[in-house]
Ligand binder design. Structure first.
Ligand code: ATP
Length: 199
């Protein structure tokens, strides 16, 4: 699996449709200060489902929408699409190419898509779980992240290793099953109570 392309439109400083094609190997993004290099990595984080406006260096989620300049008017929609080659089947989906997209309107409404079909944030999270690519994945190492990992609590470091080992999906499923079991137990207790009032 590898990153093939990134399409950005109306996101932060990228008003016009901007398409970045990545070849296999190393790609470096260079440019003067303030030209938008970090906005490219913000776009990747955002399309993978980042919910923290602080991580995206903003005050509120709408701040990711192009806010206008002296010469260009603000827009009402930001959209980012990330395309990955999945010929090795690393992503659990039956497509050799996978495009995930996210849109946000100034009204606050937002949408996620996988291969142009609307989906939930959870579907995006599940798709990338245990691949290292998701918003919490180790493939996105921001400034200061290495220090944070080295100085982090043992549990935080452990979660990074768990993602690399590919066991996060099993832990998540176990937690979901335990929650369902606990809800079912509570329902049983309530049913027992109701039955006892009739006896
Ligand atoms: P440096 O090398 O200094 O780290 P950089 O190339 O990484 O800079 P970025 O931080 O990606 O630059 O981009 C900053 C630019 O993006 C600023 O000019 C800022 O005005 C612009 N910008 C950020 N959000 C928006 C927005 N919503 N609308 C328009 N422009 C924006």
């Amino acid at each position: 699996m590898f990153l093939k392309s990134l399409e950005i439109r109306g996101f932060k400083s990228f008003l016009d449709k901007t398409e970045l094609d990545f070849k296999q190997g190393i790609t470096a993004v260079v440019g003067p200060n303030g030209s938008g290099k970090s906005n490219v990595s913000d776009a990747v984080r955002w399309v993978l489902g980042e919910q923290s406006v602080k991580t995206l260096r903003g005050g509120k989620m709408e701040d990711v929408i192009f806010a206008g300049t002296q010469f260009r008017k603000p827009v009402g929609l930001a959209q980012v699409s990330l395309t990955l080659d999945n010929t090795d089947g690393a992503l659990p989906i039956e497509y050799s190419e996978v495009t995930v997209s996210r849109r946000i309107f100034r009204s606050g409404e937002s949408e996620y898509l996988i291969n142009n079909r609307q989906c939930r944030l959870k579907d995006i999270t599940n798709l990338f779980m245990d691949t290292g690519i998701g918003k919490e994945g180790y493939s996105l190492i921001g400034q200061g992240k290495i220090d944070a990992i080295l100085n982090g609590r043992p549990e935080e470091r452990r979660s990074l290793l768990e993602e690399a080992a590919g066991i996060v999906k099993y832990k998540t499923r176990k937690e979901e099953a335990e929650k369902k079991l606990s809800n079912t137990n509570q329902n049983l207790v309530r049913i027992d109570d109701i039955i006892s009032t009739y006896e």
